[in-house]
Design a protein around this ligand. Structure first.
Ligand SMILES: *Cc1c(COP(=O)(O)O)cnc(C)c1O
Length: 381
């Protein structure tokens, strides 16, 4: 498809090309000095002590769950309204998901009230998702976590730069996870970052990222070490220098990009207030969103299907965030007991529509999308 207005669009410029070329000329391509620089800059950006660059956001989540020592017999509370990776990362360790509802039509993040109601004695952690770039009600979630001794993992894949109550996404919980995938606000193609203020977790994450080895190839190349021991079961979840170089440049762009996304989102809200049959979640949101997504809610799934087709005919790409995880075939078979237990999630997921949003979208395109949406709704009556 050659979309006139795609769902997302990257900003890659001369600075990125130069940064990657510099690495290519340096003679060292795997995790090294540039990665360390990126990690330092990323930790400062989030406002935490430690950051570890990894292969992708899913690896970041897996390392977070694994470093917390979760495994068979443990349950991790997680919203069903998320990308499947939030849940598969839990399953990789042998732990199981405890699906929790989101708040409702004005807030698509995890419901603290529903979380507390569903907790069991075997629930050891909660994995929250800052849906669309909107930080969850972390005050309430951290209070519940303290009361019940839960570890807190943040899936901040949508939320680099998002903030609430004076803190940035990723800096609230025990560990925060970011994705640098091709359509995220800060992108290196593939990539991820794990952040934490806890030294014990940082040490395990550092080891598990690279086979549980006590020294890296980079250390040995520099002559800092001759050999190594293996002290954990680890993985190869390293990032490379080309992507770290891209990440450093993208990190400088992300705040300006988020501001331009915010301007488009504000214009969407203004225009959509006049369109019948559409509601826009997060209307009373109290934080600073990273505006990764612009979700709207329509009357029902039939209207949504009609609208998506009509917009596609106009060259406008839209999407759905998300088909709920517990309804996927694999999850239905493995965890049939969640059937019918998430009515709020199923209702919202059935009528959510994501409109295009990216820094260079611009006011004219926002107007074009809203006009096309209004036309599509009008001819459905
Ligand atoms: C993109 C995304 C991930 C996974 O990140 P990858 O880098 O694609 O592995 C996890 N959770 C959410 C909410 C995401 O949007």
């Amino acid at each position: 498809m050659n979309w006139k207005i795609p769902l997302a669009s990257l900003e890659i410029g001369e600075a990125e090309r130069e940064a990657v070329e510099h690495v290519l000329r340096s003679g060292w391509l795997s995790m090294g000095e540039t990665t360390q620089k990126f990690e330092r800059a990323f930790a400062d950006f989030v406002g935490v002590r430690q950051a570890f660059a990894v292969a992708n956001g899913t690896a970041a989540l897996h390392l977070a769950v694994a470093a917390l020592g979760l495994g068979p017999g443990d349950f991790v509370a997680v919203p069903a309204l998320t990308f499947v990776a939030s849940v598969s990362a839990v399953l990789y360790t042998g732990a199981e998901p405890l699906f929790v509802e989101v708040v409702g039509s004005n807030d698509l993040t995890l419901s603290p009230e529903n979380l507390e109601r569903r907790l069991t004695p075997r629930t050891r952690a909660v994995l929250v998702v800052h849906y669309g770039g909107y930080v969850c009600d972390m005050g309430a979630i951290l209070a519940i976590a303290r009361r019940h001794g839960l570890a807190v993992i943040e899936d901040a894949a949508h939320a680099p730069g998002a903030a609430r109550d004076g803190r940035r996404a990723g800096a609230f919980g025990d560990v925060g996870c970011f994705s640098l995938f091709a359509n995220k606000n800060l992108s290196t193609g593939e990539g991820g970052v794990v952040v934490t203020d806890r030294d014990d977790l940082a040490e395990r994450i550092r080891l598990m990222r690279s086979h549980g080895m006590t020294t890296s190839t980079w250390d040995r190349w520099q002559g800092h070490a001759w050999s190594y021991d293996v002290v954990e079961l680890g993985f190869n979840y390293r990032l490379d220098e080309m992507r770290a170089a891209l990440g450093l440049v993208q990190l400088e762009r992300v705040e300006a990009g988020n501001r331009r996304r915010a301007e488009c989102a504000a214009r969407y809200r203004e225009l959509l207030a006049e369109v019948r049959g559409v509601t826009v979640p997060f209307s009373r949101y109290e934080g600073t969103s990273a505006h990764h997504l612009f979700p709207v809610l329509l009357r029902d799934s039939f209207t949504r299907a009609h609208v998506m087709e009509a917009l596609a005919r106009d060259g406008i790409q839209t999407s759905i965030h998300y088909p709920p995880v517990h309804l996927f075939q694999y999850y239905r078979k493995r965890f049939p007991h969640f059937a019918g237990t998430l009515p709020v999630t199923e209702d919202l997921a059935g009528r959510e529509l994501t409109l295009p949003l990216y820094p260079s979208l611009g006011e004219r395109n926002v107007e074009t999308v809203v006009a096309a949406l209004a036309r599509a709704l009008a001819d459905r009556g």
